[in-house]
Design a protein around this ligand. Sequence first.
Ligand SMILES: NC(=O)c1ccc[n+]([C@@H]2O[C@H](COP(=O)([O-])OP(=O)(O)OC[C@H]3O[C@@H](n4cnc5c(N)ncnc54)[C@H](OP(=O)(O)O)[C@@H]3O)[C@@H](O)[C@H]2O)c1
Length: 346
Amino acid sequence: MSTRWNGKSRAKGSRTVGVTTGSGDARWLAAAARLAGRARPLSSPNPAVGCIVVREGRVVGRGWTAAGGRPHAEAAALAMAGDAARGATVYVTLEPCAHRSHRGPACADILAEAAPARVIVGVADPDPRTASAGLDRLRAAGIEVVLADCATCADSLRGYLVRANTGRPHVTLKFAASLDGCIALPDGTSRWITGPEARAHVHARRARADAILVGGGTWRADAPGLDVRLPGLGDRSPERYVLTRGAAPAGTRAIAEPPAISAMEGVQYIYIEGGAETAAAFLAADLVDRIEIYRAPIIVGDGLRAVGALGLNDLVNAHGRWQQVEDAQLGSDHFAAYRRTREGAV
Ligand SMILES: NC(=O)c1ccc[n+]([C@@H]2O[C@H](COP(=O)([O-])OP(=O)(O)OC[C@H]3O[C@@H](n4cnc5c(N)ncnc54)[C@H](OP(=O)(O)O)[C@@H]3O)[C@@H](O)[C@H]2O)c1
């Protein structure tokens, strides 16, 4: 699915009200966004959506997009709520779909039939089959609709929104580095820089990606498994890709240049695990949306730097591009995540 939808076409004529941070509505939306996390990445190529039905302060229904994309979150939450949905408030992270498919009815229609009093929507859907039509159909059914422009919901939908607005998947670049920014010894050895807690964290992150990618150099040096080795998640290993100008190594698919990620069928989230030249290639092409760094309390000195040559000649150009969004201690290692700050980005 390399379709590019113009995000600007979204929700024409619809009212964006916003919900106050910390308000009841904002908290329920945040809870729906956390539920949506259960659908990632199994819902691909459909968006991972979360939905909660609340009546008199109690949750009477909840759902998230099922593996393969159906049933949708709203359908699951309304099925659980049954008659209790009538007059209730529905919180849903993404605008309910307005298009019927052979796989099921439009969520806007089943919501209209369930007749909640209010529907609070996290973010508008850029899919032209739904954009604003989902909200309009609910309003036409006499339901109060609030489009909240919820940042937490947008975060939970990054892969879908980046795909819709740019035509390529969301890209996370990860590396494990020493305090002095090295990812390997001078001889290329990089096992093991971080401890078991950080490595388990990496495996959990892999399980949230549709695709995992390393450079040809890393593939040849480390022969990495790139799989998910966590109890119960063994079947969640992402599809393996190698950035190479040559042929795909056995068991992988080749990507000949960074922009070719747009052609990855059905992929919303890519997790890149190095090495330095690959990191530089994606950063130079401005194709990295998120950086995740595991920093071990060791000094390597004369080792391989985390990122290869970028041709930067003015530090001014390096500032203002990354904003820290996560921070945690994992055993003896430190984890931090940074989001690319792009003006007007989703
Ligand atoms: N600590 C960590 O987090 C970590 C993670 C990963 C790797 N490492 C270490 O990093 C080292 C490897 O890093 P590296 O920088 O030498 O190699 P690398 O980035 O893994 O791979 C370089 C290769 O990627 C391909 N490539 C790079 N740019 C390209 C482009 N623009 N278009 C097409 N293909 C491109 C080429 O593959 P072909 O030659 O096949 O054409 C190139 O030789 C190893 O020592 C490994 O242990 C550490």
